[in-house]
Design a protein. Structure first.
Length: 171
């Protein structure tokens, strides 16, 4: 894709990939069956389409932005679900890269979201890796291909991002 692609153009071109990302992400959630892939995709599109000034130089930048939008929507959904149904749980991929096993409540999700926003202000590329791996379930190999770097570079950046997030979450 050339420079300056609109969100609508990229969303249409990458719809199947975005659908796969949303499907993977929702599959690991205990409430995934109540939040459909199509709903998540449509809400993501609406959040992107609302900002006419958005323009993306390439697919990786768009996917990163879309993954942040999905993250925010999932966090909002978990928060609303918890407010209406006390005791709601949210399954997260742990920061150590293990399989999904840790339960977190919406407050923990909000704290993680806030920490990711702080990380994005300091190191946008590191925050992008966290969004793509942690929230969208991309493998390090897939992220490396998207970014045009080696898998080892992505792993090194992941460890750095994880260390920064752990420090931010302890404060």
């Amino acid at each position: 894709m050339g420079t300056g692609n609109s969100p609508a153009q990229l969303f249409a071109a990458l719809y199947h990939e975005l659908h796969h990302v949303a499907e993977r992400r929702l599959r690991s959630l205990p409430f995934g069956s109540t939040l459909s892939t199509t709903t998540l995709l449509h809400e993501t599109y609406l959040s992107l389409a609302d900002n006419e000034q958005l323009s993306f130089p390439d697919e990786p930048h768009f996917l990163s932005y879309a993954s942040r939008a999905m993250r925010g929507l999932i966090i909002d959904y978990a928060r609303r679900r918890s407010a209406t149904k006390r005791g709601g749980q949210f399954l997260l991929l742990p920061l150590d890269g293990a399989d999904p096993a840790a339960d977190a409540d919406p407050d923990q999700l909000r704290e993680l979201g806030d920490a990711l926003e702080q990380l994005a202000a300091l190191e946008p590329a590191l925050a992008e890796i966290v969004d793509l791996h942690f929230f969208c379930g991309f493998s390090f190999t897939e992220i490396a291909a998207l970014r045009g770097v080696s898998e080892r570079t992505v792993q090194r950046d992941w460890r750095k991002a994880r260390a920064i997030l752990h420090e931010q979450l302890r404060q």
